[in-house]
Design a protein around this ligand. Structure first.
Ligand SMILES: [Zn+2]
Ligand SMILES: [Zn+2]
Length: 124
């Protein structure tokens, strides 16, 4: 093996990046992330183009659209009856608070899932 590390030009001792196959020395061998610096740069650049903020905002907006569509009945307390155990004193503000939390969780879940799928696809 006469290949030299892509980063520091020392002998690679046969170690390569598992993703792109570039030679790396033991000091620059891939640990975390599981690919080399060049791959990491590519990963970050590609991830930047995914529009992850939309993968968060769209599910978040969907939860809120559902909430807003039910605004009237919610205000009159017709949809959810908490049996007198309101968090905030009114079903409307309870559901608004829950929609906020649910929107963040749901948006975070969808964006997280999108990132995971992208990462899995990228590391192949
Ligand atoms: Zn090196
Ligand atoms: Zn690589």
């Amino acid at each position: 093996m006469s290949a030299t590390c892509t980063v520091c030009e020392q002998s690679s001792m046969g170690i390569t990046c598992p993703r792109c196959g570039r030679p790396l020395c033991p000091a620059h061998a891939c640990t975390s992330p599981p690919w080399c610096e060049a791959c990491e740069e590519e990963y970050l650049a590609r991830r930047g183009r995914l529009g992850l903020r939309w993968w968060f905002l769209v599910p978040f907006a969907a939860v809120w659209t559902f909430f807003l569509l039910n605004l009237g009945p919610l205000w009159r307390g017709e949809i959810l009856n908490w049996g007198g155990k309101e968090f905030t004193g009114h079903p409307f503000s309870d559901v608004a608070a829950l929609s906020l939390v649910a929107g963040i969780l749901f948006g975070g879940f969808v964006a997280g899932l999108r990132t995971m799928i992208f990462r899995a696809w990228f590391s192949r």
